[in-house]
Design a protein around this ligand. Structure first.
Ligand SMILES: Nc1ncnc2c1ncn2[C@@H]1O[C@H](COP(=O)(O)OP(=O)(O)OP(=O)(O)O)[C@@H](O)[C@H]1O
Length: 314
């Protein structure tokens, strides 16, 4: 088997709407591949085609060497899947639900389910319908990971999870890769992809607008900064900041009272700003990633545009 996943010019139309407009990707065995894109870009549609939940309108998909249509249940057992919209049987305890999944997915090592439940922090003795959204999502993760499948296909897997559990999940992804498993991870959270993925494809309006390793895509270079200062007048600060070529959308609160508040966008190297800030009395500082849609539009604006000149929203 050469590639874990390969798609060639894959297309999917919903009626007259072209949701995927020619997708060609390859995912190598033992790697983490991140599929990112704004709402409605086509991530879920892509993953569903790979699992044969829906059929492509045209093009080819091969998953673990087989087409999803021909692979059937035997191929499905080699894959752990977390769907974007998880629907679980409710009138059953978590443990029984997972036992039922194990009958379908095949052998689960003794203790594997309890180990995963401990790590993610979910009570398997509660009825599924009584669990919170995040705790249901944990059951979704357990059923995908528990049989150590060759391939994990995870659609927005951390949705509803609190930050500590998200961190544990990222550790699980890294362990799976170390274990030789392949992971296809869809997300609209850039940091999640940055922390785990070897390769990334940016999907926008049904097309890949950028592909490569995380660093090469430069998505992380756009950040929002918020800071407040004492001991400097707004006008003086403005003058200093105007000299920084990496800073734009500069907004300084000029009410004349302290503290002076700044918001701006950094596009590129953060170091010159940090050096400048260090010369003043900084009361507060936050550096955040903008939402993915903004990053994609700013960096790949022209090619990210849809046929109507807009990026579609889901
Ligand atoms: N069953 C359907 N019928 C018609 N259109 C659909 C259907 N499912 C998805 N679409 C459309 O296809 C496009 C891609 O949707 P998809 O759910 O794959 O995007 P996504 O990238 O997963 O978005 P999100 O991040 O919001 O989950 C959107 O324009 C969506 O409205």
């Amino acid at each position: 088997m050469s590639h874990a996943i390969e798609t060639i010019d894959l297309k999917k139309n919903y009626g007259s709407h072209a949701a995927i407009r020619g997708l060609s990707i390859t995912v190598e065995p033992g790697t983490v591949f991140g599929l990112i894109g704004p709402n409605g870009a086509g991530k879920t549609t892509t993953l569903r085609m790979l699992l044969d939940v829906i059929r492509p309108s045209s093009g080819v998909a091969r998953v673990l060497g087989e087409t999803p249509q021909a692979g059937g249940p035997a191929l499905r057992r080699r894959i752990g899947f977390v769907p974007g919209e998880l629907r679980l049987e409710g009138r059953i305890r978590g443990r029984a639900l997972l036992r039922h999944y194990a009958e379908i997915s095949g052998q689960v090592a003794p203790g594997a389910v309890d180990d995963l439940a401990d790590r993610l922090g979910v009570d398997l003795n509660r009825e599924v319908r009584k669990l919170s959204k995040g705790n249901k999502q944990k059951l979704g993760l357990i059923q995908a990971f528990m049989h150590r499948p060759e391939l994990l296909v995870l659609d927005e897997p951390t949705s509803g999870l609190d930050p500590l559990v998200q961190r544990e999940f990222l550790t699980m992804v890294r362990e799976a890769r170390a274990n030789g498993q392949t992971i296809l991870l869809s997300s609209h959270v850039l940091s999640e992809i940055q922390q785990t993925a070897d390769q990334v494809a940016v999907l926008s309006d049904g097309l890949i607008v950028a592909e490569g390793d995380v660093a090469a895509l430069r998505l992380g270079r756009i950040r929002r900064v918020r800071a407040s200062f004492t001991g400097i007048a707004a006008a003086a600060l403005r003058q200093e900041l105007d000299h920084l070529p990496t800073l734009r959308d500069i907004d300084i609160d000029v009410t004349g009272t302290e503290p002076v508040r700044l918001t701006a966008t950094i596009d590129g190297d953060i170091d010159p700003l940090v050096k400048l800030l260090a010369r003043h009395s900084v009361l507060d500082l936050a550096v955040e990633e903008p939402d993915l849609e903004e990053s994609v539009l700013q960096l790949y604006g022209s090619s990210a545009n849809g046929r109507n000149g807009e990026v579609r929203h889901g």
